[in-house]
Design a binder for this molecule. Sequence first.
Ligand SMILES: [Zn+2]
Length: 268
Amino acid sequence: MPNGHTAPGLSEAGRIRYAPLAHANPGSVGDLMRILGVGAHPDDLEVHAGGTLARYARDGHEVFMAVCTDGAAGHLRIPPEHLAEIRKREFTQAAEAIGAQPYWMGEPDGFLFENADTRLKMIEIVRWANPDIIITHYPDDYHPDHRAASRIVFGASFMATTPTRLGKHPACDTVPALFYMDTTTGLGFDPEVFVDVTDTFETKMRMVECHASQVTWLREHDGMDLLDFVNDMAQMRGQQVGVAFAECFTLARLWPRVHAQELLPCSR
Ligand SMILES: [Zn+2]
């Protein structure tokens, strides 16, 4: 694992400990890393990055999956409070399918906003995972919760390194690399990096199938078959780079998140 984890807050001597960003060492796909995926809704990570997360997990990296909202708006007949329970269970099962550790943030579905409260909660999530890499939504995706999640993650993943902000978990000593995943249907998204997920595509589909309540909801509300949709998107991205199935990403190109190493599992 490339990152040591700086102890939280104050040292025994009462002085603030701080690992300067210049010491950050994010490693590369050749090293074992910690990967945090953050989705706005319980099925987002699986749909857009499930094959990539499965590849990381298969290759021995430690994978953490967090979801911001409770998904309680996503059904025509199941009452919201009952649906939230179902969706939490479905999300947990999907994470367990690749041995990832799940985190349920529980914000109200459809009302996710970047504010002081959500930033603090996300700082705790980032510190919990202490990631080398974060994968989350593209800032301009179609759903307001996706857009909010992207901005919350961006802000919190920087502030998670600040040890003066005390919390349950130690401050991170690295501002992680941040990759944005494909948009729904790929509209408005110009991919920079493709990951061949042919070998983990079955696993990705098993993860998506865990979200049985959403398969029903999307059929009834949007007239779409989620499994067909996920298959077609991965196939389309695969055709663009000459493999059977692919997922694609862009990188947040901002200091100090950009590193010379290759971080996505795309060329092995
Ligand atoms: Zn979503």
